[in-house]
Design a protein. Sequence first.
Length: 319
Amino acid sequence: MPPITDREFARRDFLNALVAVSGTALVSDRFAIAQESAKEGKKTKEPVPLNKQGTVLLDVDGKRLLLKTKVCLREGVLEMFCCLKQTKEHESILSLDSEAYVVHTGLLALGAKAGSPVKFQPEYSPPKGTRIRIFCQWTDKEGKPHREPAEKWVRNSSKRFFVELFDDKPAGLNLKEDSELKWDEKNKELYWFGHMTEKQRDSFLAMSKDEKYRKAIKRFFDLTQPRQLDSPWVFAGSGFYLDEANGTKSYLAEGGDVICVANFPSAMLDLAVKSTAEGENNLMWEAWSERIPPRDTEVLLELIPELDEKPAKPSEPSK
């Protein structure tokens, strides 16, 4: 029998903790079956379901974890890409009928390494862990199958305020009362909300020759143009909350934070880039409605750990 590695011990310890939290050995049994098949080089004809609902399946041969989800939101700002059912559907594109610990366990079974969630104190530290590629599979109303990266369903949010601070009002700027571009005389701020068209940009540029003002208008325009999400997801791993009163542990991701696009210390999968979760008008990402199938469409998510690459490094936010 081959020796048990430190990583296997770590996985076993974490699995035991999750089983204790969940009160069931179902995942443990199926996890063990899948692990033995992988070690012995056996071919599993079908992915192994890890929960009673059959919504989380371990595909050992395909080296991927499959999640059976449904579309719950097609328009609006986002904190999640996928949440647990009956948790955060108002800010997540997909929902999953499962417990979060089952997904975590499946990723461990594939060899993914949980890193660490985002930290905000004493200074910002981005999420870390194995990079996880995510693909969406679904069938449209004509029966045509589709498969594409999850990033295609998310774009930078334009449904928020963009602000530029000035020392004084730009020379020649005279905005009408009903103008969508606003000047705050008290705070010396120029601000804009939402998407800016080329026609609006050109119109605003013609209002003043002030160099800083013109740079601000061009910046507002650039930031409000649709851009697909280009930051990687990493297996941050969430964490546990210990109730000191009774000594019980709770897995934080059970609050719904399965696949996040805004940084949360409770996130299981998070973006390896700074992405604020404070205030609806400050959220950085929104659903790309035109690319997302109708509500209640069944979507099979593929979670594929990139085991041959180094852990994803933090990337800079899109400019």
